[in-house]
Each structure stands twice: as structure tokens, then as C-alpha cells.
Design a protein around this ligand. Sequence first.
Ligand code: 13P
Ligand code: SF4
Length: 320
Amino acid sequence: MFTAPFAPSKPPLPNDLFGAIADLKRDLNAVILAHYYQDPDIQDVADFLGDSLGLSQQAAQTDADVIVFAGVHFMAETAKILNPNKLVLLPDLEAGCSLADSCPPTEFAKFKEKYPDHLVISYINCTADIKAMSDIICTSANAVKIVNQIPEDQPIIFAPDRNLGKYVMEQTGRDMVLWQGSCMVHETFSEKKMVQLKIHYPNAEVIAHPECEESVLQHADYIGSTTALLKYCQQSASQSFIVVTEPGIIHQMEKAAPDKQFIPAPPLNNCACNECPHMRLNTLEKLYLAMRNRAPEITLPESTRLAALRPMQRMLEMSR
Ligand code: 13P
Ligand code: SF4
């Protein structure tokens, strides 16, 4: 007689996911760190929300035993670089980043060899292997500040985002060798559609992330990291904003300034491709399951971690 193989039944999901996550957080002594590009539900359960710099600073100073990172792989990996003895969980291990993927370590090592006297400044949106090959890490919030601290006669490689690199070159007047990587989300915004939107909303200010292409940035009234954009729209006297970055941030903008209007900038096609498909792999259910199962966990070879830690520490020191 055929008998079906024994499959242990999985515990069902609780009806109150928010309550269950709060219970697990207490039981595990966990902290939930979330990026602004996460689903609103995830943003609402986070202990700390921030841009990449803020999240790194939080990861560097937390005394929790477990870090649940609601973001993408390179962000959780950064938390692990800073916290080798903590359990770092990522709700979906597949949550990668097109920008980090655009800089494979073997090719980057060959690229670096061509510029032996150059200092390597890498945007945090890269893998631990690339961080390990870098001298200083930066984020969109501190890239200009960091480049401005480098002596003028020191040549620089900037990797992996060519758009942020170009923006930093304009802001600092420095010439840098750029790795030609980019973010699939920020390159999807259409200059033509944005100009049309500006005609439709003549009083709206355009606020944009520096990962966007130069043709889009030239229409911006303000350019900054996600945290900087959030602060700007609170302080500005304007009542409406065309938001040229991943629209997840609009959840916080609407909370912070409920009387103001936030218009997501249109992508090239009539798609939802201005939403980061990697960030959006995380869901509240997966976040709960990661805490319940204490997996998926981020791990790193210790030699890579130590090599990647050095430029991270330099960034944290230079951002003070
Ligand atoms: P910030 O978090 O520095 O604003 O960068 C946005 C981003 O693309 C993160 O992946
Ligand atoms: Fe990477 Fe772009 Fe997504 Fe940020 S928005 S995680 S840079 S693909």
C-alpha cells in the first residue's frame, strides 16, 4: 500500500502579524531596521527607519542580540560586517540590488589594477567583496562630504554608481574615475514625462535622489538621500512635490507632512518599475517567519568581513 511521505505540518501564520512580531522582538531581544523603500506595513513595525547611512549608524550602535534587516542584501551584509557576533536576519535572501550586481569583484579587481595610485571610494550599494577592495565607503548622504576630505592631489576611483559619481564630481569639482554601474530603478524615470508632470503641477518642487541620471537631475529643485528628501519636504514652504525616487518613501512623507501632496515621478513605461523589485521581495509575513525561524541568516567569511570593516569604519569616522 502506498503511504505518502511524512511531511511535518508548518505552524500556521498568526492572525495578528503585528502583535506576533512585537512578541518575537521582545523574546529575541531583536531590533528591526528598515529602509524607506520597504512596504508601508514593514515601515510601520520598524524600530528604526532610515537611509543607508542612518541604518549603518544604527547597526553600529545597537545593543540588540538580533538585527532583522528589512532592506536588501548589501544592507544586511553591512550590518553583519559591523556586528560579527549578532544574528543578522534578512526576510528574503533573494532581495539583491541591481547596482551591487553591476560591479562583479573579479572585473573590479582588474579595473583597479589599471589605476594603482588611486584611492577607491565605494558607494555602500556594493557587495562585501567590493567593500573589501575599497579604501572608504560612502552613502548618498555623505559622498560629497567624504570626497571633499580627500587631498586634491589624490586621484580617486568612485564605484559602482556612475550617476552618483557624476553628481559628486559636479558638487566637488573633482575629477574621478567612475565604474559604470547604475540602479535599474533610478534609471527608469523618464525626463520627458517628468517635464509634462511639471507643466501639470507648476507649483510642485521636484525632489530627486542622486542615483538618477543627469538628464533627470537637471530638473530637480533639491537633490539628496532618502532621509534628506524627507527632511526637505517637511521644511520647504511648498505644498506639493514630485518625488523622483522609489515611491516607498512617500509613506513617511505623507506621515510627516499630511497636508502636503506627494506625486511619484513616472517611469518610462506604464509599469510599476519605479518600485524596487528587490526591496519589495520582503513582506510582513516573511519578516515574521524570519524572526520565528531565526533564518535566513547573513554570514560572511571572517577575512572578507575584516577587510570590508576597515573602509566602513573610515566612513563612519569621516561622517561625524
Ligand atoms: P539612500 O538610502 O542612501 O537614500 O539610497 C537609496 C537606495 O537606493 C538604497 O538602495
Ligand atoms: Fe539597489 Fe536601486 Fe533597489 Fe536601491 S533602489 S536597492 S540601488 S536596485
